[in-house]
Design a binder for this molecule. Structure first.
Ligand code: FAD
Length: 286
């Protein structure tokens, strides 16, 4: 199928974007990398009369460290994050997760802002930003607000973005010397959306993790923190017995939502497999 006819505008500044949103209201859709939006247009799941292409807004680009904060502009592509030495040094979880996003051609165009704003429950970035306790920087016609990633994802494809607002950047605390993080997912073929995935982040001292955040993708309607499993792991040496207990707690606390290929029991099992592997590697110092 082909997309319905639409008008196309490409502003260069945020002020122009807000003026266009005010002019067209619900008739308009923002276009970033187009890797999700164009597919929904072609399938006629969405029929905006105007596309506002924000990819020319330079203020929404770039990766930089300011003090203890890593700021990634919303228009930064998945490939740019994957290749960035600044990201690798300051938020290695993102470097590890990036190659799991779709295929190279999609990573070359798709953006972190688009992924976070779209809030697909099987997407990698929403889960990583919750695991890293990031802040989503949001701007509307009346100014900027900062929303904790853990408060941003409200429900299936629903976020804390209000009408007329867009995501302009993601801010992450820079990696500390003791930070541990890891990412892993299982999918049918490389490049497919994951059946289940897990992002982990903590402070590590020997084989003890603290301030543990374990966040699942592909399991719930939003990135899902496994809080009971986190509590088992928090501040306790990672023995084989503890890892088994944490995995049992995880499988007990989640109510996976089935998708087209996998039922809830499969997803529960795979979430346990991911956690066991991740904690076993952490215990070995990997
Ligand atoms: C075949 C295929 C496989 C894929 N597999 C994966 C995968 O495994 N993992 C994964 O995470 N993603 C996957 N994707 C999606 C891809 O990562 C997209 O790039 C991403 O979801 C959206 O980013 P975008 O820049 O392309 O956004 P667009 O498609 O341009 O926009 C998506 C939506 O977000 C809105 N939007 C965009 N930017 C902003 C912003 N800054 N502020 C507010 N709203 C905004 C748009 O209006 C639109 O509603 C896949 C896509 C395809 C086509």
């Amino acid at each position: 199928m082909k997309a319905p006819a639409f008008d196309y505008v490409k502003p260069k500044h945020l002020s122009e974007v807000f003026a266009l949103i005010a002019k067209y209201g619900d008739e308009a859709k923002l276009l970033a990398g187009g890797q999700t939006l164009l597919a929904t247009l072609n399938m006629r799941l969405s029929e905006p009369s105007v596309l506002i292409d924000i990819s020319g807004v330079e203020a929404m680009r770039g990766i930089a460290v300011h003090g203890q904060t890593l700021r990634i502009g919303a228009l930064t592509t998945h490939s740019e994050i994957e290749a960035s030495a600044i990201v690798a040094a300051n938020a290695p979880l993102l470097s590890k997760a990036a190659p799991n996003i779709a295929h190279r051609a999609i990573r070359n165009l798709g953006t972190i802002g688009g992924s976070v704003a779209y809030a697909d429950p099987a997407a990698e970035w929403p889960t990583c930003v919750v695991a890293l306790d990031a802040v989503i920087v949001v701007q509307g016609p009346t100014g900027e607000r900062r929303v904790a990633a853990s408060d941003f994802f409200l429900d299936l494809y629903q976020t804390a973005l209000q009408a007329g607002e867009l995501v302009t950047a993601i801010e992450l605390p820079v990696k500390t010397a003791t930070q541990w993080s890891d990412f892993s997912e299982l999918s049918r073929r490389h490049g497919d959306y994951a059946i289940a995935g897990l992002a982990g982040c903590a402070q590590r001292s020997g084989n003890v993790l603290s301030q543990v955040r374990l966040v699942l993708l592909g399991i719930g309607a939003t990135p899902l923190r496994a809080k009971r499993a986190e509590a088992f792991v928090e501040g306790t040496p990672l023995t084989d017995a503890l890892i088994e207990q944490a995995c049992a707690a995880l499988k007990d606390e989640i109510e996976p939502v089935a998708d087209l290929t996998s039922n809830a029991d499969t997803k529960r099992h795979l979430a346990g497999v991911l956690l066991k592997r991740m904690l076993t590697n952490a215990a070995r110092g990997a």
